[in-house]
Design a protein around this ligand. Structure first.
Ligand code: ADP
Length: 773
């Protein structure tokens, strides 16, 4: 079995569509501005060395491998190194041991080094760490200037400034600006990751002449998983020259273990081909990347870009690292404060909404005014479905789509069980028909406000794509392909990102979801208590109606008896008075008699009226023709008197009603039609109107009588209300239409009048509620 050669970025033939597979932690190469030596822990023998050793140390790998490091560094440094490794905790933690002036003109004799002129490229900084049982010695050529700024003072100043930050954005902006000043790099960006690993430039400080990247969004693929994993472990990652050729380790595998060198923690680690190509595509030669972490998670990065090669030596890096750590620590506090403020703002909106709902007695008006339901959760549009009506504000789907959406939501279980919310930032995935609505409804946060899906609030978020600036090629620039194809161009990057966010909205934050849940509970109490109040009122009303009926019944019943007595005695008196009493007394006696008769008929009417509501309806299917025939029979005598023509234009339908009571209705209406008519040729027409989608079937009784003025249309249904003198139109008690209305009401129907004075009137009535049409 042959062991495969370890990976090297120099020889790598990695598939560029699978950048997640690139072994970025074992690149097999380093950046060429330094030398890397791998030493055996026990005897400090050189096991591996980068192929460019002659450039910095004057000796090719062959001359170094198998030798002791003492031969390279000279006695003093060699001892320092050995002691350092013994005493310091350098496992995975590169520390600076010493700086060394190295002249390649005098490499052969260690003693000659001291006398040789210094290398114009500056001293070599020696960084050491241990990993997997070996010592990794990195000698980094710094090109460092003599006048170094006081990094300690700079860092201290920044730390003080960071403490004044009012918000997360503020914190990041201060960090960006101060890092920009400290490093002197062209552009410093704070890049924030989203839960899907895509990200945005959250803060930026840059050379004035560069175009801003602030606010731009990038796809997750721009910083692939393995790279994110390295940033989770290390604080700082320098890349001095993306265009420089990498130097490979000789040999590629450790001769003792046969393994490639784990280089996660190396300052000189060779950069991923993906990354160097990417930087080249955006015209950047050098970068310095710092991690910002929340706990052990990567929150974001500080990405520093320079157009020219740029070397940040270990001192600069240490200062940057410290700042990245301070920002990471403060971030949690700033985020918590920000979330708290957001929560407080939402809670304030909620309190005001609940107050308004309580005073207005309904949630329907809450979509208007400030604050409105739309402010209760961060959204682009809000729709409220209440009492079978939609009201919307902001960007929402059209009503038909809302209906369909609610129908679909009703079929799902989420709204029926706690917390009675449905939350998605990718509605099209859960409900494919909603893909067409992604402009308005990629994100949906739905709350049900009543059991049985009667009331909902829907908050919508539009597709992220529409809402953000993207970092892709806007299309007017030519497509540039790198040596590995189009994958790493900004345009391709944007396309990938577009695919990944298509149909997605910015996810709902825990604060949003919590606010929706709390608001739901508060409003639901109102909706329920409102419904309960209505039900209680209805019950109360029914009870008092019943009591009233009972009272009217008892009262009229009890009144009849004394009335009978009065009538009897008055009749006696009148008989006796016939002989001797004067005319005036006789007339008064006959008035008493007439009044008792009138009172008797009023009491009878009241009894009749109160009886209508006292027993429940007995609904049955009744042939309308039979019912009219019966009513006409009951009116037989009067019909002949008035010689009225009865018209029934077409047969009547079957009706679902209380036979006896509806017959009473017809008797009343037909008798009125006969009564309130002064024409020679009188007629009354009994007919019906087809039901429509909105109204149930209506019966009507029409006459060519005297007509009724519109202002009396409502009044004549009140008990004892008459429009005429007692003796006009053969008299009457004024209770007939009140009884008619009561019967119609009991059936859930409606009665109304159409009339023209002098021409005639039509009384329409239905016997079922409108909605069951
Ligand atoms: P009553 O007929 O006993 O007076 P109703 O309650 O039946 O009592 O009618 C109330 C009033 O409505 C009547 O007094 C009459 O003035 C008016 N009215 C009822 N029906 C008609 C009609 N078909 N044409 C004109 N007026 C009418």
């Amino acid at each position: 079995m042959t062991i495969p050669e370890p990976y090297s970025i120099k020889r790598g033939t990695i598939s560029l569509m699978s950048c997640d597979a690139e072994p970025v932690h074992t690149p097999g190469c380093i950046q060429s501005h330094g030398v890397l030596l791998v030493l055996r822990r026990g005897d400090l023998t050189i096991l591996q060395v980068s192929e460019n050793s002659a450039d910095h140390l004057g000796k090719a790998p062959d001359a170094l491998l198998g030798r002791s490091i003492a031969e390279v560094l000279g006695g003093e440094h060699d001892t320092a190194l050995a002691r350092f490794v013994e005493q310091e905790p350098v496992e995975k933690n590169p520390l600076h041991v010493f700086s060394i002036e190295f002249s390649i003109d005098a490499t052969d004799a260690v003693d000659a080094q001291a006398a040789a002129p210094p290398d114009p490229r500056g001293p070599l900084d020696a960084l050491v760490h241990t990993i997997d049982g070996v010592i990794v010695l990195e000698l980094e050529r710094t090109g460092r200037a003599q006048n170094r700024p006081d990094y300690y003072a700079l860092v201290r100043k920044t730390v003080t400034r960071l403490q004044t930050a009012q918000s997360l954005r503020d914190l990041c902006q201060i960090a960006a600006e101060d890092l920009w000043k400290l490093t002197g790099i062209d552009r410093v960006m704070i890049y924030r990751f989203h839960p899907d690993h895509s990200g945005e430039v959250f803060a930026e400080a840059k050379r004035a002449d560069l175009a801003p990247f602030f606010g731009l969004h990038y796809p997750a693929d721009d910083i692939p998983g393995p790279a994110r994993e390295i940033f989770r472990k290390t604080w700082v990652r320098p890349l001095a020259d993306a265009r420089g050729a990498p130097s490979e380790l000789v040999p590629l595998a450790n001769p003792d273990s046969g393994k490639p060198l784990e280089m996660t923690y190396c300052a000189l680690r060779g950069a991923s081909v993906m990354y160097t190509e990417y930087l080249e595509n955006i015209g950047v030669a050098a970068s310095l990347t710092l991690s910002i972490r929340r706990g052990d998670q990567l929150w974001g990065l500080v990405a520093c870009h320079h157009e020219q090669p740029f070397q940040a030596d270990f001192q600069v890096r240490a200062a940057c690292e410290l700042l990245a750590q301070v920002v990471s620590l403060q971030l949690v506090a700033a985020e918590q404060r920000e979330q708290l403020e957001y929560r407080l703002a939402l809670a304030d909106v909620q309190r005001k909404l609940v107050e308004r709902a309580a005073t207005e007695g309904s949630i329907a008006p809450l979509l208007q005014g400030t604050p409105s339901l739309a402010d209760a959760v961060g959204s682009d549009g809000t729709a409220l479905f209440h009492e079978r009506t939609w009201s919307t504000v902001g960007r929402t789907p059209a009503q038909a789509d809302l209906d369909a959406l609610v129908a679909w939501l009703r079929t799902r279980g989420e709204l029926d069980r706690p917390p009675h919310l449905y939350v998605t930032d990718h509605l099209g995935e859960a409900h494919p028909p909603a893909q067409a609505l992604r402009d308005t409804a990629s994100g949906l946060l739905a709350a049900s406000l009543a059991h049985g899906g009667r009331s909902f609030i829907l908050w919508f978020r539009a597709e992220t794509l529409r809402m953000v600036n993207w970092a892709g090629d806007p299309g007017d620039k030519p497509v540039r392909h790198g040596p590995h194809g189009p994958r790493l161009t900004p345009r391709r990057s944007f396309e990938l990102w577009q695919e990944s966010v298509r149909g997605h909205a910015v996810p709902w934050s825990p604060a949003d979801i919590e606010a929706a849940g709390l608001l739901r509970v508060a409003l639901m109490e109102l909706v329920v208590s409102h419904a309960e109040r209505l039900a209680a009122l209805n019950q109360e009303l029914q009870r008092s109606n019943e009591e009233l009926d009972a009272f009217a019944y008892v009262a009229s019943h009890d009144l009849k008896e004394p009335l009978r007595g009065i009538h009897k005695y008055a009749t006696h008196l009148a008989e006796r008075a016939a002989e001797g009493t004067d005319e005036e007394s006789k007339e008064r006696l006959s008035s008493v008699l007439r009044l008792t008769v009138r009172m008797d008929s009023l009491i009878n009417a009241l009894l009749l009226f109160s009886r209508v509501g006292r027993t429940g309806l007995r609904l049955e299917r009744v042939d309308g023709n039979e019912l009219v025939a019966e009513a006409l029979d009951l009116l037989g005598g009067r019909r002949e008197e008035t010689r009225i023509e009865i018209r029934i234009p077409r047969p009547l339908p079957t009706l679902l009603c209380d036979r006896v009571r509806v017959r009473e209705v017809l008797v009343n209406l037909i008798s009125n039609a006969m009564k309130y008519n002064q024409r020679e040729a009188r007629w009354v027409e009994i007919g019906w109107r087809e039901p429509t989608s909105a109204t149930p079937l209506a019966l009507y009784v029409r006459d060519n009588g005297i007509g009724i003025k519109p202002r009396y249309f409502d009044q004549i249904f009140k008990i004892f209300k008459r429009l005429h003198g007692r003796d006009e139109f053969t008299g009457g008690t004024g209770a007939g239409l009140a009884i008619v209305k009561k019967v119609v009401d009991l059936h859930g129907g409606r009665i109304w009048i159409d009339s023209v004075m002098g021409e005639g009137s039509t009384f329409f009535f239905t016997l079922a509620p409108e909605s069951t049409a």
